[in-house]
Design a protein around this ligand. Structure first.
Ligand SMILES: Nc1nc2c(c(=O)[nH]1)N[C@H]1C(S)=C(S)[C@@H](COP(=O)(O)OP(=O)(O)OC[C@H]3O[C@@H](n4cnc5c(=O)[nH]c(N)nc54)[C@H](O)[C@@H]3O)O[C@H]1N2
Ligand SMILES: Nc1nc2c(c(=O)[nH]1)N[C@H]1C(S)=C(S)[C@@H](COP(=O)(O)OP(=O)(O)OC[C@H]3O[C@@H](n4cnc5c(=O)[nH]c(N)nc54)[C@H](O)[C@@H]3O)O[C@H]1N2
Ligand SMILES: [Mo]
Length: 682
């Protein structure tokens, strides 16, 4: 090590289940190397390629380093520098005027997963509650998944991923782990080395296919049917665990009747486009395994009936008693174990917000249609709505409104920044302090800055504090610094936090919550304490209390027959992380260009060849991509990887132009998968 070099331990803040502990080398004030922390049991000393080169983003020429105000048209992205004082004064005076005329609800905060840090992600709620602003329902990612899991299991906790290393049968359902949770890969390899079989359920072949012994490729949005077909075989062939069902589950007889009357394998085969013998073999392998481990992803829940799909799949481990078996279990999310004092962090306890709620998926409607009051100001942070939010044409039309006062607190000059009236420079997670939970493991860790904020950038907490003062709010909570908010977050009665010691956390190590690797040994977190095949909660809401398959709506093509016969899926890419790495030229180069995969049969019917520039369209709009003709997608399905910046695509039209803002059956989540489209050569 050179003498001027120093190595800091910190945490990757990006929206990914792995939440890595990392070692960052700084030389003469500059980050020169990023490595995985060998002492973290999931990180195991390596990082994904994107974050291993995060310095390319940290020092990107697209970084915003000073406050700016708009000089051109909205969307043009032309700005001139202003001072922080001028920018903050302008925001406060606009907000005071809006509040006086229309009330606080005319102001809408808009944020999501730019950083998963508890402080920088949530502390801004205090200001918006205090102002009486409209509240944002942060629904774009996993609410349907969590709602579905909750119905069956009761809480977003899971079998520890490490358990899978001892499994003899790993079933990966709708998750491209080799791209979106790479630290699960060594665990899969360990299990395989011991002879485990690995099966992937995904309509698209991808990097994870290479880790699997075989792949089942159902039509998107038919996963519930596939699971019900498996149940039919498990029950018919007596592969269920009667003792476990008796002790730990509720409603088996009702489920049995549903499955036996409504889901014969032939019917399931027609719905899913999976051959009957493949369904039967999958069920047998799962039922006969000594320790079957299920890992369920997110994307298959971003369908109209996505929560029901998750609820149904989550019944499988209950039928075979997987949770009790060595190597067995089921994993979706772990975030539910991080029972921080959220009310304290967000200020909900103090300010008791009662204002209107606006679903983030419906941003276009909120900006264009809402009245009484209309949204007159939008404050965006930790999020890139111009690129990630469905029904993009309407989102952009809303952002173009001359009478909308838009503030964007951002790290890089992305599409959302182009629409801002005022831009505020934000630091990255390498430049500020925060406390990190995970949604894929049970470790808690504090991340400290490894370099000071670049240019004039200021972290979210500091900007909210300055804005609160400008607004004349003297509440003590606006004086809290990062350390104070972390202590408040940890002021929780949750038994999971019993071993957590703040001083030890401060010294940098990852600390594991007290959650058993099988968190369901004492029972489930449902009202009955059992894994619920039958849900009284659903029944009392007038919903189907049993697992079921509901066909996807033809929403965007409903009035037009089968004008849009292809189902579009958009799996995350290994080279991007949502739109965060759209700022990095090197990552864009790895992506090559915006592409869409189409089956050879579907392609030849349309005169499309490999490389043809195609128009992908539906009733909501169109965007242009290059066709990749490949058997990696099944007939009737097209797949485009998420998510390019719209400004790097033709006519500023990103994939979200094609995405419906319809909400899911439970959880009011996004329906980004399985939207109907047609494709033609341009
Ligand atoms: N490299 C990288 N990692 C990421 C992200 C990223 O953008 N890039 N995003 C992060 C975020 S925000 C999240 S929420 C997570 C997880 O984000 P998800 O969107 O759940 O992504 P995956 O876990 O890869 O699961 C997507 C897989 O599901 C498949 N799929 C799509 N529709 C269906 C369906 O109807 N049924 C079935 N069975 N499969 C379907 C796709 O083909 C794809 O292989 O990943 C996180 N990690
Ligand atoms: N078509 C389609 N759309 C999708 C998806 C898809 O699969 N397909 N996936 C959906 C999913 S699962 C998700 S989770 C969302 C993700 O949507 P977003 O949460 O918007 O994620 P990113 O696109 O990565 O943008 C995060 C932004 O936050 C900024 N940021 C990071 N840290 C900070 C900070 O500390 N302060 C401030 N002020 N800014 C910061 C980053 O620079 C970045 O521009 O996208 C959704 N949209
Ligand atoms: Mo997400």
């Amino acid at each position: 090590m050179k003498t001027s070099e120093q190595i800091f331990k910190t945490v990757c803040a990006l929206d990914c289940p792995d939440t890595c502990s990392m070692l960052v080398t700084v030389n003469e004030g500059k980050v020169t190397r990023l490595q995985g922390d060998p002492d973290h049991p999931l990180t195991r000393g390596f990082l994904c390629h994107k974050v291993a080169h995060y310095d390319r983003r940290l020092y990107s020429p697209l970084r915003i380093l000073q406050p700016l105000h708009r000089t051109g048209e909205k969307g043009e992205g032309k700005f001139a520098p202003v001072s922080w004082d001028e920018a903050l004064d302008e925001i406060a005076s606009q907000w005071k005027k809006i509040i006086a005329e229309d009330g606080g609800e005319a102001i809408l905060p808009y944020s999501y997963g730019g950083s998963l840090g508890v402080v920088q992600r949530l502390v801004g709620h205090r200001l918006f509650y205090r102002m009486g602003a409209s509240q944002l329902l942060r629904t774009i990612c996993d609410p349907a998944a969590v709602a579905g899991w909750d119905v069956t299991i009761g809480k977003a906790v899971s079998t520890d991923l490490q358990v899978a290393a001892a499994s003899d049968f790993i079933l990966i359902w709708g998750m491209n782990v080799a791209a979106t949770s790479v630290h699960f890969v060594p665990i899969i390899k360990q299990a395989r080395a011991r002879g485990a079989e690995v099966v992937l359920v995904d309509p698209c072949r991808n990097r994870t296919s290479h880790l699997a012994d075989r792949q089942i490729m159902p039509l998107p949005g038919t996963d519930a049917a596939l699971a019900l077909g498996m149940m039919r075989v498990l029950i018919e062939e007596n592969l269920t665990d009667a003792s476990y069902i008796e002790r730990h589950t509720l409603g088996f007889q009702a489920l049995r009747e549903r499955v036996m009357t409504e889901y014969p394998v032939e019917r399931v085969s027609k719905i899913t486009a999976v051959p009957g013998d493949e369904i039967a073999e999958l069920a047998r392998a799962y039922g006969r395994a000594k320790g079957p481990f299920l890992r369920a992803g997110f994307a298959f829940t971003r369908h109209a009936h996505g929560a029901m799909a998750m609820r149904t799949i989550a019944c499988l481990p209950g039928l075979v008693g997987a949770f009790e078996r060595p190597g067995g279990g089921a994993h979706h999310e772990t975030a539910g174990a991080f029972e921080f004092n959220y009310d304290r962090v967000t200020g909900a306890d103090q300010f008791k917000p009662k204002t209107r709620q606006i679903n983030m998926v419906k941003l276009g409607d909120a900006l264009l249609d809402l009245a009484k009051p209309p949204v007159r100001s939008l404050y965006v942070y930790n999020c890139n709505p111009a690129a990630v939010t469905p029904d993009q044409s309407r989102v952009h039309a809303g952002l173009r409104r001359e009478d909308l006062f838009t503030v964007v607190h951002e790290q890089v000059h992305n599409d959302t920044v182009d629409y801002a009236d005022i831009v505020l420079p934000a630091p990255t997670f390498l430049e500020y302090m925060d406390l990190y939970k995970s949604y894929g493991h049970y470790h808690l860790q504090i991340g400290s800055p490894v370099v000071p904020p670049l240019g004039q950038s200021k972290p979210n907490l500091e900007v909210f504090r300055l804005l609160a003062r400008r607004m004349g709010f003297s509440d003590a909570c606006f004086d809290d610094d990062e350390m104070a908010v972390m202590v408040q977050a940890l002021d929780t009665a949750s038994p999971y936090f019993e071993p957590i010691d703040f001083e030890r956390l401060r010294s940098g190590g990852p600390e594991r919550l007290k959650v058993d690797s099988n968190p369901f040994a004492e029972g489930f977190f449902t009202p009955s304490g059992k894994l619920e095949f039958y849900s009284q909660t659903l029944a009392s809401r007038g919903m189907d209390p049993l697992p079921a398959y509901v066909p996807p709506p033809q929403e965007v093509s409903v009035s037009e027959g089968s004008k849009y016969p292809l189902r579009l899926i958009n799996p995350p890419s290994v080279h991007f992380l949502n739109t965060t790495f759209g700022a990095v030229e090197n990552q864009r180069a790895r992506m090559k260009r915006p592409e869409i995969k189409i089956n050879p049969g579907d392609a030849s019917q349309r005169g499309i060849r490999d490389g043809t520039l195609v128009r992908v369209s539906n009733a909501l709009g169109e965007c242009h991509l290059h066709a990749v003709v490949t058997g990696d997608v099944i007939p009737g399905v097209v797949a485009a990887e998420a998510n390019w910046w719209p400004k790097h695509m033709d006519k500023n039209a990103g994939l979200n132009v094609l995405m419906s803002s319809r909400l899911t059956d439970l959880g009011e989540g996004s329906t980004l998968q399985g939207n109907w489209v047609e494709i033609a050569p341009l």
